[in-house]
Design a protein around this ligand. Sequence first.
Ligand code: PMT
Length: 402
Amino acid sequence: MLDGRRILLVISGGIAAYKSLDLIRRLRERGASVRCVLTPGGAQFVTPLSVAALSGEKVYQDLFSLTDEAEMGHIRLSREADLIVVAPASADLMAKMAAGLADDLASTLLLAADIPVLVAPAMNTQMWRHPATQDNLATLERRGVRRIGPAAGDLACGEVGEGRMAEVLDILATIETVFGDGPLKGIRALVTSGPTFEPIDPVRFIGNRSSGKQGHAVAAALARLGADVTLVSGPVAQPDPKGVKVIRVETAREMLGACIAALPVAVAVCAAAVADWTVSNATKEKRKKDPGSPPPTIELALNPDILATLSEQGSARPRLVIGFAAETETVIDNARGKLARKGCDWILANDVSPATGTFGGDFNTVHLVTTGDTEPWPRIAKADVAERLAWRIVDALKETPR
Ligand code: PMT
């Protein structure tokens, strides 16, 4: 998506500078070239060597470097880029930018820049909230400087609040939007997430341990790439992903109804842990514990299979139907069986045995199972599983006729 784009990355001082190393790696993965400028503050947190190794380019640090001025010049640094990204953007560097100071390489090239600039601020909450910083930010935004973040959360200084640098994936998504629209623009996607709850009576239900982390991450990743995403979610505590239409349901039947209503879509990803059975003798009133009576019998009836139903939609079938398989034994064989039985195109098989921590955890180890292949993915964050899946969807849709 960023093929051939030239990014000039300014890394200023702040603990978040370590995240800029990941940013460099991911920008290059997407085809961008990255040239880096390290401020003296930035160099306290990451070394020029690591920045050079990841970017594959010389790192620029000094305004008055004879060689650099002879070979490159601070003006050409920005002339030979399509976008300047300042990540992290410290309060100090933003103040210099707003005031038009040019007393080091970073501030000088920013003053000389005639290309878009994106800042990802990172600082202590009080510094962020200070009227001086907010005035500087307002000045920069009035001049057309774009901003991503900061986010709220635990800060390196031990305080909690706004000031964390935006996550790398969000910075990447913003960079992509600066260059136009994501590769999934115009594509409608449906994602299911979380558990379903099947009532026993108005008070009790049968549920499962799904947190919605994996499904919500998939919805967020598809939205970041420009897709128009509907997320049908069972009861979860996850925040709504940005830019995603969220429909909340409780039971499998409600989930199926919401999914059918969301059609047509080009791609459907069923990450929800849908209850296979519903309680056919659920009562309208709370069941009473009668002393001396035997415990009540709960009768189960099969729920509709949402993944299979989406795969059987004839001309309204999504071009790509993807399921997950939650297994505790013979993971791949079972996933392959589900792929065939449910008629979907891909299955992401994951082991959900308690020791794996897959349910509710932040990491996942999946195998991508297709008709002809089984591809093991390493243990990575659920956000990265989602990101990787989203890019695979981009590639597959290019090859699938409309
Ligand atoms: O939510 P997290 O805590 O992040 O955990 C993530 C996860 C483990 C829930 C997720 O990665 C996952 O594996 N989701 C699928 C869970 C599941 O129901 O697997 P299954 O093997 O029982 O079902 C196979 C597929 O059929 C799934 O895509 C499921 O959504 C779908 N299905 C199942 C039953 C049903 N009645 N309708 C369905 O659509």
